[in-house]
Design a protein around this ligand. Structure first.
Ligand SMILES: *Cc1c(COP(=O)(O)O)cnc(C)c1O
Length: 379
């Protein structure tokens, strides 16, 4: 099978989705499944839909178009503010978008009218993470404006935390969002359909026994795909943390001294290397054909008993201890969010899907591939 490849266990993604959907349902919260870390892979989207998400979200219109082209039927939300240069594509392919700029909402409305459509918007409110969002004091003006834009339906109000600054969802900021919603509803005499409280970083708050109040939807990606929450990256009980695995192939395997020699200066990527430290005799060093062009090496978990010594653009160097790693052997690595994202978007990494009912097979391509050979579904 081709390497490197990202192996995706669709049955585990479905299980993770269903588990989160069931637990959140008890709190009156629905789940929008976020596919951006898999480049909008239709099979992953379908696994999330089988698991019970009410809709799909992605940050890139290209990925939403890919989902549509892949025949995925679901409400699609663009979860990054549309670019003015893309509003036509956005209204054509996304049902909903998250917005914080009146100029964008006007352009979306004009594009929707031109296409004979209505486009729904969720207004994002800034609650302390300092990424996207309308300052709370400005929300009434933006609501008033949005309600007047032809072609636009105000679908909901939302927020996003813990992405830029690590500002953590809690009773205070979630309560503030609920209070804003209530005050908008009473001053405008409208009903806010969706209150989108945040992302996987909201799960600690949601499962921590707090009253969810007005929050009735969360946009979940990482927790579904990797089975962990992103604040402390702890595994979530009952979820699979190994739905995604990166597989690389051994291209050199030799016993070498533990210490580099010669005058030592910067490496290809600047940092000092552990192999310039204490001399521990000799080690079996293995090179896997996997590098910074394929993944984020800092986000890989090597097989038990092995240590990652470093990585450059194309080479991942490991101390494999006593393991036997012949040339051509495959090593399997766990991925964190950064490693997953980079692998899914690298043109060098094939995607291999397994564990899906028949219609999701065979394998889909993660992006425009350099290699022409189609990869095979895993058995
Ligand atoms: C990426 C993203 C999400 C999903 O975040 P996860 O931590 O992967 O659950 C939700 N909302 C917005 C706005 C995002 O950009």
């Amino acid at each position: 099978m081709p390497a490197p490849r990202l192996e995706i266990r669709l049955d585990r993604i479905e299980h993770n989705t269903r588990t989160l959907v069931d637990r959140l349902q008890q709190l009156g919260i629905s789940v929008t499944g976020v596919t951006k870390a898999t480049l909008g892979a239709p099979a992953v989207a379908r696994a999330m839909l089988r698991g019970g998400v009410v809709g799909l979200g992605d940050s890139r219109i290209e990925n939403i178009e890919r989902l549509r082209a892949g025949g995925v039927g679901a409400t699609m939300t663009l979860i990054r503010s549309p670019m003015l240069s893309q509003v036509e594509r956005v209204v054509a392919h996304a049902d909903v978008s998250l917005n914080s700029e009146p100029a964008v909402i006007e352009a979306l409305g004009a594009a929707a009218v031109a296409q004979g459509l209505t486009h729904a918007v969720v207004l994002m409110v800034e609650l302390g993470d300092l990424r996207e969002g309308i300052m709370p004091g400005d929300l009434p003006d933006v609501v008033a404006h949005t309600l007047r834009v032809p072609g636009i339906e105000l679908r909901g109000i939302g927020t996003n935390l813990a992405c830029q600054s690590g500002a953590t969802p809690d009773e205070r900021n979630m309560g503030a969002l609920g209070a804003l919603v209530a005050s908008i509803e009473s001053s405008f005499g409208i009903e806010v359909g969706v209150v989108s409280g945040g992302n996987s970083a909201n799960l600690d708050w949601a499962f921590g026994g707090a009253d969810p109040g007005r929050i009735d939807d969360l946009r979940l990606g990482e927790s579904i795909l990797l089975g962990c929450e992103p604040l402390r990256r702890t595994p979530i009980v009952g979820l699979h943390t190994d739905a995604m695995t990166l597989v690389g192939e051994v291209i050199e395997s030799k016993v070498k001294p533990s210490r580099a020699w010669g005058e030592i200066n910067e490496t290809a990527f600047g940092a000092a290397r552990p192999d310039t430290g204490t001399d521990t005799g000799t080690t079996r060093r293995v090179i896997v054909a996997l590098g910074r062009q394929d993944t984020d090496p800092d986000g890989l978990t090597p097989p038990d008993g092995m240590t990652i010594l470093g990585a450059s653009s194309d080479h991942l160097v490991l101390d494999v201890g006593a393991a036997d790693c012949p040339i051509g052997a495959e090593l399997r690595f766990g991925v964190n969010y950064a490693a997953l994202l980079r692998s899914a978007t690298s043109p060098f990494v094939m995607t291999a899907l397994s564990g899906a009912p028949a219609p999701d097979l065979p394998v889909e391509r993660a992006t425009a591939r350099l290699a022409e050979a189609a990869d095979q579904p895993l058995r």
